[in-house]
Each structure stands twice: as structure tokens, then as C-alpha cells.
Design a protein around this ligand. Structure first.
Ligand code: BT5
Length: 324
């Protein structure tokens, strides 16, 4: 979106119920009144209802419900996250677009969102089912100044952000299953996919993919996953405003990320453990080589899974699947 449109949205948002004159807008934005009118027409295409009155000016009567670059930025209270938003009605995967934009020097904090993904990606080439218009399918492009081996901490940080937002915006109590699943009543409602491009000791960029099932009903969830997947709507019987949720996630993410860069992982660890699923219980651990049972102790200072086996040996695991 053009930075002029960004500024226009900011002004209209501040003055919400009052008229803003074309003259004022044209001076503030340094563009002609005809250009202002064109921008208003673009906003209308996105579903904004705009009233234009001669002598008084413009005012917004209604913001659209549909997702767009404008609606995500309308009222978004962030410093750097989501200053550039790309919205696609349908795409194979928002991760693909994010990687492409990253190679083309898109800035830290760029957001890619889609109404629908036709080839949504999970970890290890698994599929992520992304029902049209009913969930959040979003990638965040970051250029963090941290060492590559610390990047998995960003997955854990993102999980705490999603858990915080869901516990504030809904009546449910989310849990985090190590490392990247958000569960409600033991069923998965969100997943995170962190992908990275890095050299030996420097990250070029990280793409954090976030998938959240929001307004799906039971019949929207494919049969092969319906015993273990759920949505906010299924669990609460309420429909949620996807744009509001996205904005809340972005605002919470920005604060959490800035605090992490400043203070490191300890606070993230504590928060993660406060939402941790089955901490203190026996879990089944699966790696490519073997399966075994151990007590889940929590996460280590570096984000690793901490377990204690029957022989009391404490292990740190960095990549494994857990089950029970
Ligand atoms: C994940 O993988 O949980 C990461 C999901 C990330 C999705 C986002 S959406 C935006 C961005 N663009 C993408 O293309 N991807 C990211 P994993 O832990 O591997 O879980 C995948 C498994 O979860 C699948 O094998 C299914 O069993 C299950 N699954 C698939 N779709 C699901 C859904 N919508 N809800 C719950 N579970 C699902």
C-alpha cells in the first residue's frame, strides 16, 4: 500500500466521526484534491463506506469486515510491525510470498496474509489446511539480529503471543504443546512454522508462519484431522472478527519481540511454561531414530525440551515430536 494511503487512513481513523475537509487532507498529504478523491475510491473498493459532503469533507461511516491491506492497517497500533502488509484473496502459501519478498529486500516486519491457502505448509512438508475466509493465514518477515541457533526461540515466543491473545480475546484457556501447537481442550487450533535463511553466524531473515482456525464449523474441518483439530468458533460458539484478532496479534507480537531482543529468553520461558501442556507429566517422545517415554520438565534456558527419563537422566531435546 502507498505510504500516502497509510497516512490518509491514519488521519481518517483519528477523526473517525467527524468530517475532514479535502483541503486539509490535500495539505497534510501534499497531493491534489483529485488524488484524495481517487484514494477514497480505492478505500471504497476495499469495502469502506465513505461519506463525501461538499463544504464539509469526508468521513468514514463504516469499516469493512473483509480482510485487506487497508483494514489490517486501519487502527493498527504498532511501531514497525505491519507497516507493509500484503494481502492475497488466495495463494498457495503465504510462506512462499514471504520468502520471495525477503529476497527482494522487503523490510523487517512485513506481513503477508491470505483469505485462503491452496497449499498451506506445516513442518516437515506436512500440509496445513486453510479454509477460505475462516482463519488467520499469515506470515511475518523478520530480520532479527540474533545468532541462527537461537531462531527456534522465536517459535516459542510466537506461541506465547498467540496464547496471550487467545486468552484475552476469548473465554478459553489455551495451552501450548511443545514446540508449536496451540491447543484448546487438547485439540489443535493454531500452528506455527518458522523458516530461516542464514549463514554460519548471521540470520538473513526469518519467516514466521501462523495458522489459526477461527470461524470454522465442524464440517469445515477435514475428516482426517477432525479428531485432533478445532477452531475458536467450535470451542466457544462465537464468531470472531479476523481483522481485530490479527491486529491484536501484531501488537502483542511487537511488544513481546522487542522485549525479547532487549532482555533475552528468560521471560519468554516463564510465560511459555505458564501455558505449557502436560508439564510434569509423562509424555511420549518421538525422533527419527526412536520412541520413548519421559517426564516433561519444562523448557530449558535456550528453549530446548527438558525431559527426565526413568533412569533419572535429564535430556535436552531440540527436535522431536511429543505425544501421550
Ligand atoms: C504446523 O505444522 O502446525 C505449522 C502450521 C503453519 C501454518 C501457517 S498458515 C500461514 C503460513 N503459511 C503456510 O503455508 N504455513 C504457515 P505441524 O506442526 O507440522 O502440523 C501439521 C499437522 O497439523 C498436519 O499434519 C495435520 O495433522 C494438522 N493440521 C493440518 N491443518 C490443520 C488445521 N487447520 N488445524 C489443525 N491441525 C491441522
Amino acid at each position: 500500500m502507498s505510504s500516502t494511503r497509510n497516512k490518509l487512513i491514519k488521519i481518517l481513523e483519528k477523526t473517525r466521526n467527524e468530517y475532514v475537509s479535502g483541503q486539509f487532507l490535500s495539505e497534510e498529504l501534499n497531493i491534489s484534491r483529485a488524488a484524495i478523491w481517487k484514494h477514497m475510491k480505492e478505500l471504497e473498493k476495499d469495502g469502506y463506506e465513505i461519506e463525501g459532503k461538499s463544504k464539509k469533507g469526508y468521513r468514514i461511516l463504516k469499516s469493512p469486515e473483509k480482510l485487506s491491506e487497508n483494514t489490517v492497517q486501519w487502527g493498527l497500533n504498532t511501531k514497525w510491525l505491519g507497516k507493509k502488509v500484503i494481502h492475497k484473496p488466495t495463494t498457495a502459501s503465504t510462506q512462499h510470498i514471504a520468502h520471495q519478498l525477503a529476497q527482494e529486500s522487503a523490510p523487517h516486519g512485513t506481513i503477508i496474509i491470505a483469505d485462503e491457502q491452496t497449499a498451506g505448509k506445516g513442518r516437515m512438508n506436512r500440509k496445513w489446511h486453510s479454509t477460505a475466509g475462516k482463519g488467520i493465514w499469515m506470515s511475518i518477515l523478520l530480520r532479527p539480529e540474533i545468532l541462527p541457533y537461537l531462531a527456534p526461540q522465536l517459535t516459542l515466543l510466537t506461541a506465547t503471543v498467540l496464547a496471550d491473545v487467545l486468552s484475552k480475546d476469548t473465554t478459553i484457556e489455551p495451552k501450548i504443546k511443545w514446540p508449536n501447537d496451540i491447543l484448546i481442550n487438547s485439540k489443535k487450533t493454531a500452528g506455527i512454522l518458522t523458516e530461516m535463511q542464514a549463514e554460519q553466524d548471521q540470520i538473513q531473515y526469518v519467516v514466521i508462519g501462523i495458522g489459526i482456525n477461527v470461524n470454522q464449523t465442524t464440517s469445515d474441518i477435514p475428516e482426517n484431522i477432525n479428531s485432533k483439530a478445532t477452531s475458536l468458533q467450535i470451542e466457544t460458539n462465537n464468531a470472531f472478527d479476523i481483522t481485530n484478532l490479527i491486529q491484536h496479534i501484531l501488537q502483542t507480537f511487537e511488544n513481546a519481540y522487542d522485549a525479547y531482543i532487549k532482555n533475552g529468553f528468560p521471560n519468554v520461558k516463564d510465560k511459555w511454561e505458564s501455558y505449557g501442556f502436560r508439564i510434569g507429566e509423562t509424555i511420549q517422545i518421538k525422533t527419527i531414530k526412536k520412541n520413548w517415554h519421559a517426564t516433561f520438565l519444562g523448557i530449558a534456558e535456550d528453549g530446548a525440551l527438558l525431559t527426565k527419563a526413568e533412569d533419572e537422566e535429564i535430556k535436552r531435546l531440540y527436535s522431536a515430536e511429543i505425544d501421550w
